[in-house]
Structures are given as structure tokens and as C-alpha cells.
Design a binder for this molecule. Structure first.
Ligand SMILES: C[S@@+](CC[C@H](N)C(=O)[O-])C[C@H]1O[C@@H](n2cnc3c(N)ncnc32)[C@H](O)[C@@H]1O
Length: 283
């Protein structure tokens, strides 16, 4: 039998101590954070999450796994670029997900152990897990907040205790804006973040694209939304709008595998044209 996950152990510990969970768990529905963790080979998921991920993979030729792995690798390359080449020492990772291998702070700390990282996610399990993992870490924090309210993220003490907002910072939004509906106005969210950035700051995003892959249609979107609750594909023009007022760092807004690849053969996966990444710099 597999070793129980951190999540299962924590729930068992709380039950033994007669304590209720510090979060509300609805096990009838998958959570994006837990489905993503499962697809990346993590252990913090429940049966409902596994079933949703497996159903998508079965229907779409392992596309869910490919998209998640592609996304995570692009994020890691972006953090490496920002820390090593752009000199960024402050990161705000919105929709950060459950801690996995090679987290943002681990990459940033390889270059500078004093680099600051604020993880933000709306899923309470991310908060509980992150706080347990980062309890002794003075350069990293984790906050529960919603991406749709950038001011509440930037003004929260979780952020301001670590990040000097008057000095350049990078916002990372990897595979989170496509979980916002049109009425939640993802372009408005990035516009507000960009307004608040000082010159020399960066925005990195990765998003689902509806235009290029032959199967990236309304049916696929409906399937993703029905399995995991959200996941909206957008057009190149909609994705470009996230960067208004920024200068794009080479190679611009491109398929995620082609964003500063370290292993170009990865670009050949069958789902390579459904995920787009880009990094913009505030002049
Ligand atoms: C696919 S995961 C991506 C995790 C991480 N950014 C990465 O690229 O490895 C998406 C994450 O966004 C979070 N999320 C979705 N909608 C959100 C919102 N409105 N505000 C904050 N987090 C959100 C989910 O809980 C999940 O953890």
C-alpha cells in the first residue's frame, strides 16, 4: 500500500486529536490544486481528483499530464531567468498550487538565499500545506487570497512583510488566469498588477490557448470545466492583452515549450500548441 500523503496524515492527526480540519473539504468535488498535484506525480489528492484527471487523460491522449508538466517546466525556466539573468529577488506567485518539486523559492534560493517569495492561492489546502513546509523559512510566506483581488494580495502583511513593493518584483501567474471566468476579468487583474509595479518589474503568465490545436474547442473546454470546475481557453489577442504596458522579453508570447527552452525536443508533444507563455517587463 502506498505511503499516506501529507494530506491524509494531517487529517488523521487532526482526527486523533479530536480537532476539526483548519479548512473546509468538499470531497465530492475535485480541486484544481489537488488535480494538478496528482498530474505532476504528487501525493496530495483524493479519489475524486484522481478520477477527474484520469478521465481527461483517457479522453485526450494524456493531454492533461502533458499540459501540466509543460506548464511547470516553463514556470521553472522563468524563475531561473528572472533570478539569474534579470536580477529579480522578490517574487509573488499567484495561484501557486501545492508545494511540489523545485518550487519557486528553491530555485530562487539557489541563486540568492535571501530572495523573497510570497505564495498565494485560494485553495485552503495550499495554505495549510505551505505553512507547514515553510514554518522555519523567513524569506518565504504563503497566503490564502483570490487572484481576482490584486490589491488585497499586494496590501496584505503576508506580502508587505517580505516584499518591498517600491523595488522591482516579479508576479508569476502560471496556469491560474485560465481558471478565471471572463466576468472575473483576467486582463483587468493583470492591468491592476502592472499599475502597481515599479519600473523594472516583471509579469510571467502561462495560459490555455483556444486557437491553434485542432481539438482546442468548446467541447474540450466544457469537458475540462465539468471535470475540474474551471479552465477557459483564450485567443492570442486575449492573451496579449494581459501584458498591456509591458515590454515583452524575448522570445515574446509563444507556445510554453518554446519559451527559452532548455530541451527543444519537448516542443514536440501532441498538445504543445494549447499552452502559451510570456514574460513582460515594466519599462
Ligand atoms: C494548475 S495550478 C498551477 C500551480 C502553479 N502556478 C504552477 O504553475 O505550478 C492552478 C492553481 O491556481 C489556483 N487558483 C485557481 N483560481 C484561483 C484564484 N481565483 N485565486 C487564487 N488561486 C487560484 C488553484 O487553487 C491552483 O492551485
Amino acid at each position: 500500500m502506498a505511503e499516506p500523503s501529507w494530506l491524509e496524515k494531517k487529517i488523521a492527526e487532526n482526527a486523533q486529536a479530536g480537532e476539526s480540519q483548519p479548512w473546509t473539504l468538499d470531497l465530492s468535488k475535485p480541486s484544481v490544486a489537488r488535480v494538478y498535484d496528482y498530474l505532476l506525480g504528487g501525493h496530495n489528492y483524493f479519489e475524486v481528483d484522481r478520477a477527474a484527471a484520469d478521465a481527461l487523460n483517457a479522453k485526450y491522449d494524456n493531454g492533461a499530464t502533458e499540459v501540466c508538466v509543460t506548464n511547470r517546466r516553463a514556470l521553472q525556466r522563468a524563475v531561473r531567468y528572472l533570478a539569474a539573468e534579470a536580477g529579480i529577488r522578490q517574487f509573488i506567485d499567484i495561484g501557486s498550487g501545492l508545494p511540489t518539486q523545485e518550487n519557486v523559492h528553491e530555485i530562487a534560493h539557489q541563486l540568492d538565499p535571501t530572495a523573497r517569495v510570497v505564495y498565494v492561492d485560494k485553495d485552503p489546502i495550499v495554505l495549510a500545506h505551505g505553512r507547514a513546509l515553510l514554518a522555519d523559512n523567513r524569506t518565504t510566506s504563503v497566503a490564502q487570497a483570490d487572484a481576482t483581488d490584486p490589491d488585497s494580495i499586494l496590501d496584505s502583511p503576508d506580502t508587505t512583510d517580505l516584499v518591498d513593493l517600491d523595488k522591482p518584483w516579479a508576479v508569476l501567474m502560471a496556469s491560474v488566469l485560465h481558471h478565471l471566468t471572463d466576468s472575473e476579468d483576467p486582463a483587468g487583474v493583470t492591468r491592476r498588477l502592472i499599475e502597481r509595479m515599479p519600473s523594472g518589474s516583471y509579469l510571467f503568465t502561462v495560459n490555455l490557448l483556444r486557437e491553434d490545436h485542432p481539438q482546442a474547442d468548446a467541447q474540450l473546454e466544457a469537458e475540462v470545466v465539468s471535470q475540474v470546475g474551471s479552465g477557459y481557453m483564450r485567443t492570442w489577442d486575449q492573451l496579449r492583452a494581459y501584458y498591456e504596458g509591458l515590454e515583452m522579453v524575448e522570445p515574446g508570447l509563444v507556445y510554453a515549450n518554446e519559451w527559452r527552452p532548455t530541451d527543444p525536443t519537448k516542443a514536440e508533444g501532441p498538445w504543445a500548441t494549447v499552452l502559451v507563455a510570456g514574460l513582460g517587463k515594466k519599462p
